[in-house]
Design a protein around this ligand. Structure first.
Ligand SMILES: Cc1cc2nc3c(=O)[nH]c(=O)nc-3n(C[C@H](O)[C@H](O)[C@H](O)COP(=O)(O)OP(=O)(O)OC[C@H]3O[C@@H](n4cnc5c(N)ncnc54)[C@H](O)[C@@H]3O)c2cc1C
Length: 336
């Protein structure tokens, strides 16, 4: 089977790799000139956190996400599975209890156990939730690795080519164009996320740390060599404008409150990505007019891409139907 995939974000790259591994002849078209100029995926935190996400997501997200961990480890061996630490400052401990009530697969840690995992946080927090089976990756390196893998499998990749979603004779078309697919899906919206990259060689954290806060929960994800991603806002907006002063202040304040050495950090980059989400914040694989669409990955794109790519490939190559992501009726999706 010949397949054209549109969009080289994490969804399009994962689908191209999965299809090519299953023997399809794949071409991948991306309208931007390179990965760094492309979509939302470039700005992600890279957390693979199915059980933490239960705090604000449906169980389907955890189920699909848990399926993806091994996929990432096989295709991107630098994926670290060393857990997530969730903490709250003294005045926000009610948030931590609430987080624990909504999630699963964690251990509650006291100061000494926090110190064994992250020595630099030992005396700063009296309690934490630890999700040992979660992971993280550097999204930019992971996208590059998927691109290299796709090329190795013979996928013809063309940057700077804007595909259109008219069905092509003799080819299947798989549209992974994120928010741009709004032209077809009226129920797709943008949720802007702002982030920073800090260089703080004095800080030594080895796993994502989520700092709970009633207004803006913040996370810090280590990228190696003293670099940390700090994210992220969730704004109901599709504006591409740069980070606001308020978000910048809040992200920096949260990082500084987590570890004072972030006060000396070098601000390497600020960035904004717009997440594509359906009204129920659940992903869809949808067929419209002969084209298969994979979209609505919202705040879970890296987490969900493997499970969605697997299902999209099986839908195209074997005609399979996956009710949990292909049925529009939410009851069908829940029963699936
Ligand atoms: C600040 C922030 C932090 C995040 N952190 C995490 C996280 O820790 N973990 C996680 O799992 N997820 C995270 N996410 C969510 C994740 O980034 C998204 O869910 C994911 O990137 C969506 O991927 P996508 O491939 O669907 O879309 P995109 O990455 O937007 O890719 C769509 C691509 O299609 C291209 N395109 C558009 N139209 C066309 C066309 N006509 N022809 C060809 N190409 C086209 C675009 O240029 C773009 O490259 C985060 C998001 C943000 C903004």
């Amino acid at each position: 089977m010949r397949v054209t995939v549109l969009g080289a974000g994490v969804a399009g790259l994962a689908c191209a790799v999965e299809l090519a591994e299953r023997g399809a002849a794949v071409e991948l078209l991306e309208r931007a000139s390179g990965l760094e100029a492309a979509g939302c995926s470039w700005y992600a935190g890279g957390m693979l956190a199915p059980w933490c996400e239960l705090e604000s997501s449906e169980p389907l997200i955890a189920r699909l996400g848990a399926e993806g961990m091994e996929w990432w480890q096989r295709r991107f061996p630098s994926t670290a599975i060393n857990g997530t630490l969730v903490i709250a400052h003294g005045r926000d401990t009610a948030e931590l209890r609430q987080f624990g009530r909504r999630t699963s697969q964690f251990e509650t840690l006291a100061t000494s156990a926090i110190g064994l995992l992250e020595p630099e946080l030992a005396d700063r927090f009296s309690t934490a939730l630890y999700f040992p089976d979660e992971g993280h990756l550097d999204p930019r390196a992971a996208l590059a690795a998927l691109l290299a893998r796709a090329r190795e499998l013979g996928v013809g990749v063309r940057f700077g080519v804007e595909g259109d979603s008219r069905p092509l004779a003799g080819r299947e078309l798989l549209d992974c164009t994120g928010l741009a697919a709004r032209r077809v899906h009226a129920d797709l919206r943008g949720v802007r996320g702002e982030m920073l990259l800090l260089k703080a060689p004095e800080v030594a954290l080895s796993r994502p740390v989520r700092v709970l806060h009633p207004r803006m929960p913040v996370y810090v994800v280590p990228r190696g060599e003293g670099v940390y991603m700090v994210g992220a806002s969730m704004l109901e907006s599709d504006g591409e404008r740069r980070i606001s002063a308020r978000s910048l202040l809040e992200l920096l304040a949260a990082a500084y409150a987590l570890h004072p050495a972030f006060g000396e950090a070098e601000l390497l980059e600020t960035g904004t990505g717009v997440r594509a989400a359906f009204t129920d914040n659940l992903p869809r694989i949808r067929r419209v007019g002969g084209v298969l669409y994979v979209n609505g990955l919202y705040r879970h794109g890296f987490l969900l891409a493997p499970a969605l790519a697997r299902r999209a490939a099986q839908a195209l190559l074997e005609g399979r139907h996956f009710a949990e992501v292909m049925d529009e009726d939410p009851r069908q999706r829940r029963l699936a």
